[in-house]
Design a binder for this molecule. Structure first.
Ligand code: PBG
Length: 325
């Protein structure tokens, strides 16, 4: 047999052939939509740095969830944007705080159609914008923050959240939240641990989206972009502490970390295509510099190919609709 008879192009010759041999497929159920619910507005408000993404009122959140459920996506991840902030993020543990009210509204609307998840972190609720509470020297206090996360977990679970997204990057957060949930009878509330979450410039548009008051950065708790091996340490710890799912975030610039985690994790591995990844493609497309739909499809497919079981993406609904056509 001559070398010439091995022709990889054979399997690329027609659309039907390419579809048949595709190694990676996207399905609507693989997609989770991050959503923002904001206190004190009466109409949805556009987010300038994320064209197509809005701050929802409680009512528009409900109708958007009904629409999202129609497309067959797997879930939604809720973020709250409160009117008032303070040093300890009181709004996060107020049962009537905007995020907890949003969870109740979302769960009532979604029924069994999709899984309602909530962000468990303090940054949207603190006036200094950090993911935890500060000590006397202005550093994020790990243990004091865990106390807040514990209370937040119980309020979110009581509000009906089916999965809690622990995105704060405090040491021991998964263990503390698991213990609190078990201790209060919330044995079926799942934990999505943002295990390998990097301090990233790609969160820029999100900071506008949550009206972030952050001064400085999160490098003293989120991971350093230089570190690949450390991603595995974080994943191992979270699984040992009781995570049901682990996350790598951001996605596109961390596909190596994602592939490592996917190769060894014993629990599902998800990835978050963050606001900056979204904004870059939207901005290039708006300028006519890139084919918008092809770039979106390719960016999300790449995240699946690298090993993500599920992708959190602001394009979840659009993608699911395209997949169903
Ligand atoms: C923290 C949190 C952030 C994002 C999700 N959860 C911001 C941060 O760590 O600064 C970013 C999401 C995105 O950029 O799309 N609660």
């Amino acid at each position: 047999m001559s070398q010439r008879s091995i022709r990889p192009r054979r399997l690329r010759s027609t659309p039907a052939m390419r579809r048949l041999v595709a190694e990676t497929r996207l399905h609507p159920a693989d997609l989770v939509l991050p959503m923002f619910v904001r206190e004190g507005i009466t109409e949805p408000v556009a987010i300038g740095s994320m064209p197509g993404v809005v701050h929802h009122t409680l009512d528009s959140l409900k109708s958007a969830i009904a629409g999202a459920a129609e497309t067959g996506i797997g879930g939604v991840m809720l973020f709250g944007v409160p009117l008032e902030k303070d040093a300890v993020g009181s709004g996060a543990t107020d049962p009537d705080g905007i995020l907890n009210a949003g969870i109740r509204a979302a769960v009532a609307e979604a029924g069994d159609a999709l899984v309602v998840q909530s962000d468990l972190c303090l940054d949207e609720f603190t006036d200094h914008g950090h993911c935890g509470v500060l000590d006397a020297l202005g550093r994020v206090d790990n243990e004091a923050t865990l106390e807040r996360y514990r209370d937040m977990a119980l309020v979110q679970a009581a509000s009906g959240a089916q999965m809690l997204g622990l995105s704060g990057m405090m040491d021991g957060q998964t263990g503390v939240v698991r213990e609190a949930l078990e201790g209060s009878g919330f044995v079926d509330t799942a934990i999505l641990a943002y295990a390998a979450k990097y301090a990233s410039a790609y969160y820029g548009p999100f900071r506008e989206a949550v009206n972030s008051s952050l001064v400085g950065d999160r490098r003293a708790y989120q991971m350093d972009a230089a570190n690949r091996r450390e991603g595995m340490l974080e994943v191992d710890l979270d699984i040992a502490e009781g995570a049901d799912v682990v996350m790598v975030k951001p996605a596109g610039s961390y596909l190596d970390v994602l592939a490592d985690v996917a190769a060894s994790s014993t629990v599902p591995v998800w990835a978050y295509q963050v606001s900056g990844e979204y904004a870059m493609i939207e901005a290039a497309a708006a300028n006519g510099w890139i084919d918008r739909e092809r770039a979106i499809d390719e960016s999300v497919l790449a995240i699946k190919r690298a090993g993500a079981d599920v992708v959190l993406t602001y394009w979840a609904v659009e993608l699911a609709e395209r997949l169903r056509r």
